[in-house]
Design a protein around this ligand. Structure first.
Ligand code: PBG
Length: 336
């Protein structure tokens, strides 16, 4: 791409348009709005449960009653959407809790939709929190090694997505990275009359050390091995475009890049290549790093958070999934 011809100094002085806040705002190319925000929430069984996550100050595992309290805060700050993760009572090798009608996420969805009909309730569709081994798919044991079996996992994921839709989820978001899951989920939703339920797929989801704090929050760390046989290698960008192309061909409505801040190139390429609604997931360690440095007084939490999210928007993200969504919505309101 050649740059459009601009004048040369002294005819062109870029600083002319930077002289007042009003002028800078007038020519700003990118903006942040509360309408773009999604708040991830962790729900667990019980009552009056509010368990702090060590590495994520301000984030809790919440029982459904407390989830309603937390969501009320988000809704009144102007956050339009939440993304639900569940921590079940019991885990097993079939992820029974993931697709149970009375599963923890299903209960939470019903309660949220009853209390906040306007709120967009998105559910994370994955098995890792529900599997005793902590992997995102069915484990296949062979002599001397265990593998994650792709195709047998698809049915469980599809059942999980359908059970979320039946509970009232507005969107489902598969994060497992099995091949063919979007097609399986789309077909199952359509067969059950949920052809209008959109799929936001974690299309380019990398195997990332930035998920560390989340695994404590969701109690989903793999008990053996790692997720490299299904999540993407951080070295690859072309492959991300193939992953996104596949998910779109299989029926994804929104595609996600995850993590966000270290993967702005991927967000940019996904948006410019496909032009579909694109979500950026600013993951747990992105949040933790800012919180930790801010707690030491080393950085300005508000400024660094807003600048990071603006960078994701500038890269091409339409939707911003962030643990800081409530604060961000408040900060944006105070700037209006
Ligand atoms: C579940 C899932 C993970 C995250 C979102 N969904 C963890 C993982 O894949 O290990 C990470 C989110 C975060 O770090 O904030 N598959």
């Amino acid at each position: 791409m050649s740059l459009p011809l601009t004048g040369q100094f002294p005819a062109y002085r870029p600083r002319r348009l930077r002289q007042s806040a009003a002028l800078r705002r007038l020519v700003a190319e990118t903006s942040l709005s509360r309408h773009q925000l999604v708040l991830p929430l962790f729900v667990r069984p019980g009552r009056r449960q509010r368990r702090a996550i060590g590495a994520m100050p301000g984030v809790f595992q919440l029982s459904v009653d407390e989830l309603l309290v937390e969501t009320e805060r988000a809704v009144s700050a102007g956050v339009p959407a939440v993304l639900l993760f569940g921590i079940p009572e019991k885990k097993d090798a079939k992820a029974s809790g993931a697709h149970a009608r009375t599963g923890i996420v299903q209960q939470a969805v019903r309660a949220l939709k009853k209390e906040f009909p306007e709120l967009l309730v998105i559910t994370d569709v994955c098995l890792c929190e529900y599997m005793s081994h902590g992997h995102c798919g069915v484990v296949h044991h062979e002599p001397g090694r265990a593998t994650i079996a792709n195709d047998p996992t698809l049915k469980l994921l599809a059942q999980t997505a359908v059970s979320h839709a039946e509970a009232g989820a507005d969107l489902v978001a598969p994060s497992d990275m099995m091949d063919g899951r979007v097609r399986a989920i789309r077909a199952a939703l359509d067969a059950k009359g949920f052809s209008d339920t959109p799929i936001m797929s974690y299309a380019a989801k990398y195997s990332s050390a930035f998920y560390g704090p989340f695994r404590e929050a969701a109690e989903s760390a793999p008990k053996f091995g790692d997720r490299r046989s299904y999540q993407m290698d951080a070295a690859n960008a072309e492959e991300a475009l193939r992953e996104v192309a596949l998910d779109l061909a299989e029926g994804a409505d929104i595609v996600m890049v995850k993590p966000a801040l270290a993967y702005l190139d991927i967000i940019h390429r996904v948006k410019t290549t496909f032009g579909y609604p694109t979500a950026a997931y600013s993951v747990s360690a992105e949040y933790s790093m800012i919180k930790a440095a801010a707690a030491k007084g080393w950085i300005d939490e508000r400024a660094v958070t807003l600048e990071s999210l603006l960078a994701m928007r500038r890269a091409g993200a339409d939707i911003l999934i962030t643990y800081a969504a409530v604060d961000v919505a408040k900060w944006l309101k105070s700037e209006e």
